[in-house]
Design a binder for this molecule. Structure first.
Ligand SMILES: O=C(CO)[C@@H](O)[C@H](O)[C@H](O)[C@H](O)COP(=O)(O)O
Ligand SMILES: [Zn+2]
Length: 190
């Protein structure tokens, strides 16, 4: 039987295991790359599927609006949230290229692509990272254990040491809130 306390204990264990991985320097490097891009008005593009699509929207909401501080709007775009683009391209061509096509549309050299995938193997996120690299954008990945196919395509890989999709997503939320807070702190006074 599923109980709340057991669920919370499992969630806390994955959080603690992530903390033990010592990802602080990787997070700092991801923040540095993002601050450099946004300070130059280059875009931050974010994508993912399912729960990670909602996470991508959440991140962009913090960046375009505000998180903890008052500051200017930041140029962040969610690639998972335009139903007309998603359905037209997937229907006419392929779901696998639905994010890379938007990287071609919105990406710029010096920008950043942030991809979220718990398996690290979602084909459309992998293809988006490839397209971003081709364009000269920095790449950040939020994944589960090992990073899967995304690992070699990410300049900055934040891999949660778990293979459970919901457990990974719960830690992704903590990771990207930290990321948003750190980016905002650096850009608030700029
Ligand atoms: O939110 C959940 C499960 O918690 C699901 O919607 C989940 O995101 C979907 O199954 C995704 O398609 C999984 O893809 P990914 O994380 O492996 O890239
Ligand atoms: Zn979910």
């Amino acid at each position: 039987m599923i109980t709340l306390n057991a669920w919370l204990s499992d969630a806390a264990a994955v959080l603690a295991a992530t903390r033990a991985r010592g990802l602080d320097a990787t997070m700092q490097a991801a923040v540095d790359a993002t601050v450099t891009a946004l300070a130059a008005n280059r875009p931050l593009l974010v994508c993912g599927n399912g729960g990670s699509a909602a996470d991508a929207q959440h991140i962009v909401g913090e960046m375009v609006g505000r998180f903890l501080k008052e500051r200017r709007a930041l140029k962040a775009i969610c690639l998972s949230s335009n139903p007309a683009v998603l359905t037209a391209w997937s229907n006419d061509y392929s779901y696998e290229t639905v994010f890379s096509r938007q990287v071609e549309a919105y990406g710029e050299p010096g920008g950043v692509l942030l991809g979220l995938s718990t398996s690290g193997n979602s084909g459309n996120v992998v293809k988006a990272l490839e397209a971003a690299r081709k364009l000269g954008m920095a790449t950040i990945g939020l994944t589960g254990e090992g990073g899967g196919k995304m690992a070699p395509l990410c300049d900055h890989l934040l891999a949660v040491p778990s293979r459970s999709t919901p457990a990974i997503q719960q830690v992704h939320l903590a990771l990207y809130h930290c990321y948003c807070a750190a980016v905002e702190e650096r850009l608030a006074d700029a």
